[in-house]
Design a protein around this ligand. Structure first.
Ligand code: GDP
Length: 201
């Protein structure tokens, strides 16, 4: 799939403020610093569409981008953002939880995992929760330029072995590197395939 247009549409603090459209949405989520903003820019081929920002106020919002006029990429707040005050943290977790549980036009969630790290508790807890939601999801292992392909594969296999405890079917797995500019073709091809499938499949 070629990205012809990628436009920032809005930032929503909660489900009610999300765009009133029926575009299929593909959401990205992961620990803060996992490389989510960099992946939005890699996927869309825009250098600063998602500003890699450290401002807590900004990173709490759900950011909507309309792509090619017929689908949307949704940049969800990173979880485990240490700088957010406890009260805010609760609020943003609830907003994201609402979105993931209730958004009707949510086509798929991409959960970003840092390929350099051992399986992290926070990612496993989130995946365990997400598995209970009625939504398809895939994993994207980011920052693969940091290791050899073999080391990355070993990490992915270790991660899949851990989640097999609570996920009977392994989810689709992708890899990406914003530095080496790899992975976006496979992820976009997957999105194109989901868009082309009759809805409900
Ligand atoms: P976010 O907080 O998840 O949105 O993460 P960012 O996209 O802002 O990236 C966090 C940090 O990781 C920044 O310093 C990026 O330059 C770096 N980073 C992001 N993607 C990659 C990648 O693919 N490879 C490497 N080596 N660094 C990356």
């Amino acid at each position: 799939m070629k990205i012809k247009t990628a436009d920032f549409v809005t930032s929503a603090p909660d489900l009610r403020a999300c765009p009133a459209w029926n575009l299929p949405e593909f959401a990205l989520i992961g620990r803060s610093n996992v490389g989510k903003s960099s992946l939005v820019n890699l996927l869309t081929g825009r250098r600063a569409l998602a500003v890699a920002s450290d401002i807590p106020g900004k990173t709490k919002l759900m950011n909507f981008f309309r792509i090619n006029g017929n689908w949307a990429l949704v940049d969800l707040p990173g979880y485990g953002y240490a700088k957010v005050a406890t009260q805010d943290k609760h609020e943003f977790n609830r907003a994201v939880g609402d979105y993931l549980e209730k958004r009707r036009n949510l086509a798929e969630v991409f959960v970003l995992i840092d390929s350099r790290l051992e399986p992290q508790r926070i990612d496993l807890d989130f995946l365990r929760w997400l598995a209970g939601c009625d939504v398809d999801f895939s994993l994207i292992f980011t920052k693969t330029d940091k290791h050899s392909a073999t080391q990355t594969r070993t990490r992915i296999d270790a991660f899949l072995a851990v989640i097999a405890d609570f996920l009977p079917e392994p989810p689709p797995v992708f890899t990406s590197s914003a530095v080496a500019k790899t992975g976006e073709k496979e992820i976009l091809a997957h999105i194109a395939a989901v868009l082309a499938a009759p809805s409900g499949e």
